[in-house]
Ligand binder design. Structure first.
Ligand SMILES: [Zn+2]
Ligand SMILES: [Zn+2]
Length: 266
């Protein structure tokens, strides 16, 4: 098993120490663990986000994971990444930031339209048709940058409490066909799955979305989206997802493409 979607408590809605996540992953038998906490952004305004690390904590995040990578190198392979939105006005900064820090990868979590300074969470506001359209457009625009290794929780819009309708169908077709044509991996998200199952509802992953992904034979990766070490230690959902995906006509993948940097460049 491999997992590239792991948060840390720096994002303010996750628990446990970084080392606890590593130990849980080793215990559960993961071969690779990638950390991808919610990225900081360098805002133009004095906005302070409450669901991501502030920029001032990034260095400590990086050093902490680097230390664990070395400490546990004989037991597990650790990668350092971020879960990152597509905020057009800040993408040049993000590109430089990624390069400067030699991040292994970015996953695309389209949580907010344009920037969270001015827009609401896509997991709630997409109940509105216009916001759902914007979610789809910004998802495609973000993927066009080629910066991300995969698209996290593509069906996040179903967290808004929408019933699956024609508009959702269109959204899924647009996203899945784009990803098929451009060889983009979609993520089957276990945090959403756990949340849905525990409340007896179907938000995301939503079966209707994944049936459409099946029609396009998309590439799919499982992402734990761990917000606590327990979610790594308990592999029930991971196996549930493996079984579920096997029933669909999708191509399950375990590996992502890491960002490459020219050697000896500094
Ligand atoms: Zn996310
Ligand atoms: Zn996440």
């Amino acid at each position: 098993m491999k997992n590239f979607h792991t948060h840390t408590r720096r994002c303010m809605h996750a628990s446990g120490s970084d080392e606890d996540y590593v130990l849980a992953a080793i215990e559960a038998g993961y071969e690779v663990l990638g950390f991808s906490d919610h990225t900081p952004w360098k805002y133009d305004s004095n906005f302070v986000a409450n669901m991501r690390m502030p920029l001032s904590q990034f260095e400590e995040y990086y050093q902490s994971i680097l230390h664990l990578k070395e400490k546990y190198k004989d037991q597990i392979e650790i990668k350092i990444g971020l879960e990152c939105e597509y905020f057009p006005r800040y993408m040049e900064w993000m590109k430089e930031f990624t390069k400067k820090n030699h991040l292994d990868y970015l996953i695309f979590g389209n949580h907010y339209y344009e920037t969270d300074e001015y827009h609401l969470y896509n997991g709630s506001c997409t109940r509105d048709d216009e916001m759902l359209t914007k979610y789809v457009e910004s998802t495609i625009a973000g993927l066009e940058t080629g910066l991300y290794c995969y698209l996290a929780h593509p069906d996040l819009f179903m967290r808004s409490g929408r019933r699956w309708d024609e508009k959702c169908d269109q959204a899924a077709h647009t996203i899945c066909s784009y990803c098929k044509e451009n060889d983009v991996i979609l993520e089957y998200n276990l945090a959403g799955l756990g949340s849905s199952l525990s409340r007896g509802v179907m938000e995301y992953p939503h079966d209707a979305f994944w049936e459409i992904a099946s029609q396009y034979h998309n590439k799919v990766i499982i992402g734990v989206d761990a917000h606590s070490p327990r979610q790594l230690k308990d592999t029930t959902l991971y196996h549930f997802a493996q079984k579920k995906l096997k029933e669909l006509d999708v191509e399950v993948v375990e590996d992502i493409t890491f960002i490459e940097y020219p050697e000896n460049n500094d």
